[in-house]
Design a protein around this ligand. Structure first.
Ligand code: PLP
Length: 391
């Protein structure tokens, strides 16, 4: 335990601990990519092959490797995680006028694709242990506002269909999937998992993303592994996988020379060059996960004896990837003092994303009461969490 001088403010005490634990590098961000020899070798090989675009062996290899790693039978690689979610929602049957339940405490990329389809995000509260949707609060809420008319769940207040439930594994911590899957079944909602932050996170021996009918991953530069930009759709269902691939490749009918398309599709296929990088990164994942566990443990120990703060740990029976480490402070004032002082010395801490019901375009979206979302947003600060920082 570091010994702290008396009378240090809470922010100063936290910074003191961070200075001891972090490397000297400034600025230091939340999550920085790192590349080794394999990344160079595979991207060079891809360049030399000439197959840099939307067809090539690395795309197939990357999909195969993702499916093997997660144990989810089918993977379809996309240009980014938002495109993957857009496709998942479309395959879930979300159409103009529908509502989709999703947490308020997530990145904007979870909600935007609902709006792309003319749907309305309907915001749900989270629980403090998992940071994901609170199934107990959701079940109570749905008893109040939802009803089944035939096979379709309706929001009694807006008279709109609620088509899907999108669960997000926030900061890499698995949400309470068994209970959430139950709710989805009871209300005939398509279950979608936004696992953009949770590659390498498990509930018992099930990888996150294996409950949903459709799951999205992201390989953006700030995620646990990166393709530069990239994403994937995962599913157990071979027919959904086939439709996902079709939709993300302009819905072109197979033919040796004719370009005929059976619907309005998307150019969402991951380029081979990005997939080559992804293959090399995925091979690094197991080692990266163990480094990130060491870092998380170091943070836990470093903050254990500082009163007023709490370092968030993985939920029971879960193995999180610890994508970003989260420190909880007493209140918003303490959070803002810490953010201000840390940024003056280029330790680029960040709060959670501003909750989605507070974002301009979703201000009028339906929501339940969101006390945990608001409390976590007021108190949470994400700490530098790159795997190569092992304090
Ligand atoms: C990163 C992220 C996305 C979007 O992924 P992109 O690849 O950046 O489009 C969606 N949802 C969550 C929770 C994310 O963290």
């Amino acid at each position: 335990m570091p010994t702290l001088p008396f009378n240090m403010s809470l922010a100063e005490s936290i910074l003191h601990i961070l200075r001891e634990l972090l490397p000297q590098q400034r600025p230091i961000g939340l999550h920085e990519p790192s590349f080794g020899e394999r990344e160079k070798a595979l991207t060079l090989d891809c360049l030399e092959s000439g197959w840099v675009s939307s067809v090539g062996q690395y795309v197939d290899q990357f999909e195969h490797d993702l499916s093997t790693y997660t144990g989810i039978p089918h993977a379809v690689a996309t240009v980014n995680g938002t495109a993957a979610l857009h496709t998942c929602l479309q395959l879930a049957g979300v159409v103009c006028g529908d509502e989709v339940l999703l947490p308020a405490l997530t990145f904007i990329g979870s909600a935007n694709p609902v709006a792309y389809l003319g749907g309305t995000p309907h915001f749900v509260d989270c629980d403090v242990a998992t940071l994901g949707i609170d199934p107990t609060a959701l079940a109570l809420y749905l008893e109040d506002i939802a009803e089944l008319r035939g096979d379709v769940c309706y929001n009694r207040h807006t008279d709109r269909p609620i088509r899907a439930l999108m669960v997000v594994h926030v900061l890499g911590h698995p949400a309470r999937m068994a209970e959430l899957a139950d709710i989805a079944e009871r209300y005939h909602l398509v279950l979608i998992e936004d696992a953009a932050e949770s590659l390498g996170s498990w509930h018992d021996d099930r990888h996150t993303g294996s409950w949903g009918q459709l799951t999205a991953l992201s390989f953006n530069g700030n995620k646990i592994i990166t393709c530069g930009g990239g994403g994937a759709i995962l599913t157990k269902d071979p027919e959904l996988a086939q439709r996902a691939k079709h939709l993300t490749t302009t819905a072109k009918e197979p033919h040796p020379w004719l370009f005929e398309h059976d619907s309005v599709g998307y150019n969402y296929r991951l380029p081979n060059l990005n997939a080559a990088l992804g293959c090399a990164q995925l091979a690094q994942l197991p080692e990266r996960l163990s480094q990130k566990r060491v870092l998380a443990n170091n943070y836990v120990q470093a903050f254990e004896h500082l009163s007023g703060v709490h370092l968030h740990q993985e939920p029971p029976n879960c193995r999180s990837n610890y994508w970003l480490n989260l420190l909880l402070l007493p209140d918003v004032k303490a959070r803002d003092t810490l953010l201000t002082t840390a940024h003056t010395e280029k330790i680029l801490l960040r709060p959670f994303w501003t909750p989605l019901h507070q974002q301009a375009m979703f201000k009028n979206s339906p929501r339940m009461l969101l006390p945990q979302t608001e409390s976590l947003f007021a108190r949470g600060v994400c700490l530098p969490s790159s795997a190569h920082i092992i304090g």
